[in-house]
Ligand binder design. Structure first.
Ligand SMILES: [Zn+2]
Length: 178
């Protein structure tokens, strides 16, 4: 029998990892769809499809790169609000797509701001809590993981693997599809 996949929200995965509560149909293989870096093409191509099929997804965006809608490459603040209002998850991907491991050594103040201010700026845009984080370039070390853990409920790495049950909530693995 073909088990088939079933898309779930990242919050559903997080709840499962913390409580064991299952939010997908019996016998299906759950997966979380994530979109990186806030490209406008994701808004114009993927988002309408997701809406039509009621597929939950998570958009990882940098509030330093979103703006007034004049960019032809990145989503605007109002696109981010649109994702959120449609029930999609908005995930912090730092303010400026910073490499947090390098930045912490060079400028600890800027490093902390990338983690903390990206959350508050996205919350100002969406009017909702932003509880997940995604490390740009998959770069993290233990101080970075710890500051993220103080400010968020979970974080995505780019380490690949399906084995979520044994993983750290702040280093959730992903399967890269490109
Ligand atoms: Zn990225």
């Amino acid at each position: 029998m073909d088990k088939g996949g079933h898309p779930i929200a990242l919050s559903g995965l997080s709840k499962f990892l913390q409580t064991g509560e299952i939010c997908w149909p019996d016998g299906k293989q759950p997966f979380v769809l994530t979109f990186d870096d806030g490209y406008l093409s994701q808004r114009n191509n993927a988002f309408p499809f997701l809406l039509d099929w009621s597929i939950p997804a998570a958009f990882c965006v940098m509030p330093g790169w979103t703006g007034d809608g004049t960019s032809h490459r990145y989503v605007s603040d109002s696109n981010v609000r649109e994702f959120s209002e449609a029930g999609m998850e908005v995930i912090s991907h730092t303010v400026n797509h910073a490499n947090l491991v390098n930045l912490r050594l060079r400028n600890p103040g800027a490093w902390a701001a990338e983690i903390v201010e990206s959350k508050t700026r996205l919350q100002d845009i969406t009017g909702k809590d932003v509880i997940f984080f995604s490390y740009p370039f998959g770069a993290y070390d233990s101080p970075t993981r710890n500051l993220v853990a103080e400010n968020y409920s979970g974080a995505l790495s780019t380490r690949s693997g399906y084995d979520h049950t044994s993983s750290d909530m702040f280093v959730l693995r992903r399967v890269r599809k490109s």
